[in-house]
Write a protein that binds this ligand. Structure first.
Ligand code: SF4
Ligand code: SF4
Length: 338
């Protein structure tokens, strides 16, 4: 059963980048140390920032990210703090290298999801994007997490380099025992901005021909699939999550964004100073959220317009949805919360 997941107005989602260092050098990495900082957040700072967001919403979810968050030796203590504070769910996103023996230092009662990034059904395709040897290590990491009783997700970022292999993921996910698949679409930011839109961005027809069909196929195996809606017909309503939802993308230099597409620019609407959260002065991302344009998402039009097509009268053939708007296909017999 497919459903569009409206932005939740009751839940707050914290995407917490606790460092930007990483052992890999993925070709599409969106991390931009110049904009996001190169410092590693001390435990006390992570704890203080977690406290700020739980005070805003008692039903907050936190996703620990990097860089590679398991490189942070205090990640287990940050997870424990989030648990003690009552965070609704705790996720660790990882490239699968699982540093500091993380699987032995947290438990399935503390971590709701381990999310592994893999960008190909085959070693060849994944390693061309994520680096030599990363496929085998990620697969082994997933197997180990499943063996240790953790609920696991897999994140597959679609670009022109791997869209052809999505329909080959079903048997692999089934064999691994993964519970959920998150399909992302490449954002033209960080290193992707250097490679360029023409080489990475998939067209509407490439996306529509592959993604919904593969999602249905995978859901039939009992694995829930979440993917961004991306393309809206001109009749479908457009909403900007920056205006209606509570998503916060936190970086180690204290910047807090509401929109991931703004992250390559100093457009953050909030900033941490002395562990207190302040609004930033104009112009910031909030000023863009208000703009109503026929193409839908204004930041998409500014930073990655290669996915738009226009009619001869200059009107767009479709709108681009907010990158946070998702379709969800529940796995048949899945026990996961929708
Ligand atoms: S694993 Fe993540 S943070 Fe590390 S290089 Fe790849 S995309 Fe960037
Ligand atoms: S991606 Fe576009 S629509 Fe979504 S929050 Fe950013 S500016 Fe708004």
């Amino acid at each position: 059963m497919k459903q569009t997941v409206a932005f939740s107005k009751d839940a707050t989602n914290i995407f917490f980048h606790i460092l930007t260092q990483c052992n890999l050098k993925c070709k599409h990495c969106y991390i931009n140390p110049e904009q996001h900082g190169e410092n590693i957040l001390p435990l006390e700072t992570m704890e203080a920032w977690l406290e700020v967001f739980i005070a805003k919403s008692a039903s907050a979810n936190v996703i620990f990210l990097g860089g590679e968050p398991t490189l942070h030796p205090d990640l287990p203590l940050a997870v424990k703090k989030a648990k003690d504070l009552g965070y609704n769910s705790i996720t660790i996103d990882t490239n699968g290298y699982l540093f500091h023996d993380i699987l032995s230092n947290v438990t399935p009662e503390m971590v709701d999801y381990f999310s592994f990034s893999l960008d190909g059904a085959t070693r060849k395709t994944n390693d061309a994007i994520r680096g030599e040897g990363s496929y085998d290590i990620c697969i082994e990491g997933i197997r180990k997490a499943v063996r240790n009783g953790f609920t696991t997700s897999l994140i597959y970022t679609i670009s022109r380099q791997n869209v052809h292999e999505l329909d080959r993921m079903a048997p692999l996910l089934n064999d691994l025992g993964v519970d959920r698949l998150f399909i992302q679409i490449i954002g033209i930011r960080g290193k992707s901005a250097d490679i360029g839109q023409a080489r990475l961005q998939v067209s509407r027809s490439e996306w529509m021909d592959v993604v919904p069909k593969a999602a249905e196929q995978i859901a039939r195996l009992g694995i829930s699939v979440v993917y961004p809606k991306v393309f809206l017909s001109s009749e479908e309503p457009f909403e900007c999550a920056g205006l209606v939802a509570e998503n916060y993308f936190i970086f180690p230099n204290g910047r807090v964004y509401r929109c991931p597409l703004c992250e390559d620019f100093p457009l953050h609407s909030k900033v941490f100073k002395d562990n207190r959260l302040f609004k930033t002065p104009k112009i910031n991302e909030n000023d863009f959220f208000q703009l109503n344009i026929p193409e839908g998402c204004v930041m998409n039009k500014i930073i990655q317009p290669g996915n738009l097509i226009y009619n001869s009268d200059g009107s767009p053939q479709y709108k681009i949805a907010c990158c946070m708007l998702k379709e969800e296909v529940l796995g048949e017999n899945s026990n996961l919360e929708p």
